[in-house]
Each structure stands twice: as structure tokens, then as C-alpha cells.
Design a protein around this ligand. Sequence first.
Ligand SMILES: Cc1cc2nc3c(=O)[nH]c(=O)nc-3n(C[C@H](O)[C@H](O)[C@H](O)COP(=O)(O)OP(=O)(O)OC[C@H]3O[C@@H](n4cnc5c(N)ncnc54)[C@H](O)[C@@H]3O)c2cc1C
Length: 363
Amino acid sequence: MRLDGLRVLVAGAGAIGSATALRLQLDGARTILADPAALGDNASGVAAGMLAPAFEAALDAASAGHFPLLADARDLWPAFAARLEALGGAIDRSGALWVGEDEASNAAMLIRLQARGARSAALTSAQAQALSPGLAAPAGAILAADDWRLEAGRMLLAMDRAFRDLGGERLQTALRRIEPGAAILEGGAKVAVDHVVIATGMSPHGLAEPPPELSRLEPIKGQIARIEAAGPRGGPVVRAPGVYVVPGEQGCLIGATMEAGRPDRAVEPETLDRLRGLAAPLFPALEGAPVAGAAGVRASTPDALPLVGPSSRSGVTLALGARRNGWLLAPLLAEIVRAQLAGASPPVWAAGLDPLRRFSPPA
Ligand SMILES: Cc1cc2nc3c(=O)[nH]c(=O)nc-3n(C[C@H](O)[C@H](O)[C@H](O)COP(=O)(O)OP(=O)(O)OC[C@H]3O[C@@H](n4cnc5c(N)ncnc54)[C@H](O)[C@@H]3O)c2cc1C
């Protein structure tokens, strides 16, 4: 069951729209990916790129019960990224370390990870330092092998390149209106399509009459610091209370704030200083190092799970609302959209992510 010849317009070229457009194009659809923003000028472009089922389930209360879903989503990445590696979109499988304040914090984290179903192991201080050069001697650490990572900017570039190499069409413009059998773009251009996928993250800028399901989305702003001059260049992500440090060849990322209700992307220098201050006890070389930063807006739903599948509006599919895990979930959401458009059975998780599901009132 392929999509040969199906004309699809995907609105939004973040992690989710880009993965979906690529997946549909691979399956034979004639796909247009429309986004007015420059590549990476969105939440996906500033994200830390962690594919982290273990620590997301352990640290984000709203995701506590989601480890099996998040781990299955992570498992789709190697096959999805196979063709992207040669284009610069590699996956790093070094795992992630928890470095608590003391042995009791580490022991509690080990129990918490194991309760979620995540593989985890206690390390001595020397073992942790061997994995993560530059790490200050900790009181031991916990290694979660289930968590991987990618470099967001590079993966967006790789997906864009792969999509266009397959004949996909990328337009730097916004979707303004959806009509039966057509998408109306900024400036009034009318494109004949069989289907529209809305992957516009927190807000579909300028879209007339957005599908009603989007009213369930709430913004959570995230600021993240980048330090080029110091910090780990490789090895595992390091997590500690209130902070994480993600190694990168061009410098490390220190994240991130969770500012519920804020839809703006302003970067506050004092927030970047605070993030660096939280990371410096882990990596002393970060103390006083020049810090830059960025901000993005995550879209969240009342149950912290994305909306993916048919909207109540005919001919429209949604793929958004992935909160803190848009990168982790992108191949899964892409596969759900592909299967549903092809009339095939989607992955089992699709039922729980149905945009028309009822959300329980808060307890
Ligand atoms: C600081 C921070 C750190 C994060 N770290 C991680 C992490 O480590 N791992 C992880 O999995 N997730 C992480 N996330 C979450 C992740 O970034 C999001 O879940 C993900 O980026 C959402 O992707 P998206 O494609 O839905 O939306 P976005 O990346 O926001 O992209 C939406 C796109 O839609 C476009 N658009 C809007 N309106 C229109 C329109 N009318 N027509 C066409 N296009 C339109 C926008 O221009 C934008 O480019 C982080 C987020 C932040 C802010």
C-alpha cells in the first residue's frame, strides 16, 4: 500500500513536518513542504536533539508513564536516519548520565529509571569521568543507555536535502487557507492537493480557520544556552538536577527552561547566565565562558502527547503538539501519517494520539 501519486502539502518544516514530508515522498507521494521560515528558525532548530525515552520518563512528570511509547519511537530512528547519515544527519548512541548531588540522589534515580523500564547502571566517579572528559569528579553517576541524541541543525539540513533529492518540493511560504482539493498559499497561489498535513508546531501563523483541535495546544517556551569555547565535545549527555549539558562538535548546549504559557522567543541574558551557572559545577571549564543562546516554543496538549491523525476537517491531518519530544517522536508521527494516508494499519500508538481523543479534566 503505497502513496504513489497522492498530492500532499505539508505545512511546517520543523522536525515533524520535515520527517513527515520525507516519509511521504519516500512512499511515492508528490509532496510539497511549505514553511515561510528559514530552515531551523523554529523550536526544532534550537532543540537539544536528545532522543531520550529514559530521562524524559524519569524527569518530566507529565511523561512518567510514556517510556514504552517513547522507546518505540526512538527505535524507529536508526532505519529512518539510515539514508540521512551520509548527508550529515547522524545519531549518537553514547547514552546519558545522571550526576546527582550525592549517592542518595543517584540511588533514587537508578530506582526511578528501572521502575519506568529503562536500562540503567551505576558508575563510579572514575567511570563517569572516563566517559565524559572534563566532568568534575562526581559522587558516582547513573548511565542510561536508552537515551541517544542528534544535532538538530544538521538533521534538519539532511532531511531537507534527502527530501529534495527524492523530488520533493520545498516552498518558503505559508499555508493560508484550505479549500476542498486545494491549498491556498501566502500571496494567493492555489495548489491542487489531495491532502494537507498541518505540522505547524505551536501556532499556524496566518492560517484562516485552523482546525478546532489546535485549540488544545498550550505554549511552553524554552531557552537554551550555547557555549562554543568550552564544555564537552563528545560522549554522553550529562543530566543533573535542573539542568542538562549536551556535547557538540561546535560547543555544548545547556538547557533548558520550561516556561508554561509563554509563546515568545525572547532570549534573556540573565537566564543564559543562570543555565551556565547550573552547568559549571558539572564542567568547571564552563565557568565564565562566553555564552550565547536561543529560544523556541514547544506545543503541549493536556495529556502531554501529540495530536497525530485525521482532523475533524475533511482532507486535513494533524502532526503536532509533541511538547519536549518532537525530535524523538518525529519518525513515529511520520509513520502514523503515512500509514493512515495509505489505508494501512498504523503503529499501535496511533489510537492514543488521535487528535479527536477526549482529554480528562485535570484531577
Ligand atoms: C529549548 C528546547 C529544547 C528542546 N530539546 C528537545 C530535545 O532534546 N529532544 C526533543 O525530542 N525535543 C526537544 N524539544 C522539543 C522540540 O523542539 C519540539 O517538540 C519540536 O521541535 C516540535 O517540532 P514541530 O515540527 O512540531 O514544530 P516547530 O519546530 O515549531 O516547526 C513548526 C514550523 O511550522 C511553520 N509554520 C507556522 N505556521 C505556518 C503556516 N501557516 N504555513 C507553513 N508553515 C508554518 C513554522 O515557521 C515552523 O518552522 C526542545 C524544545 C526546546 C524549545
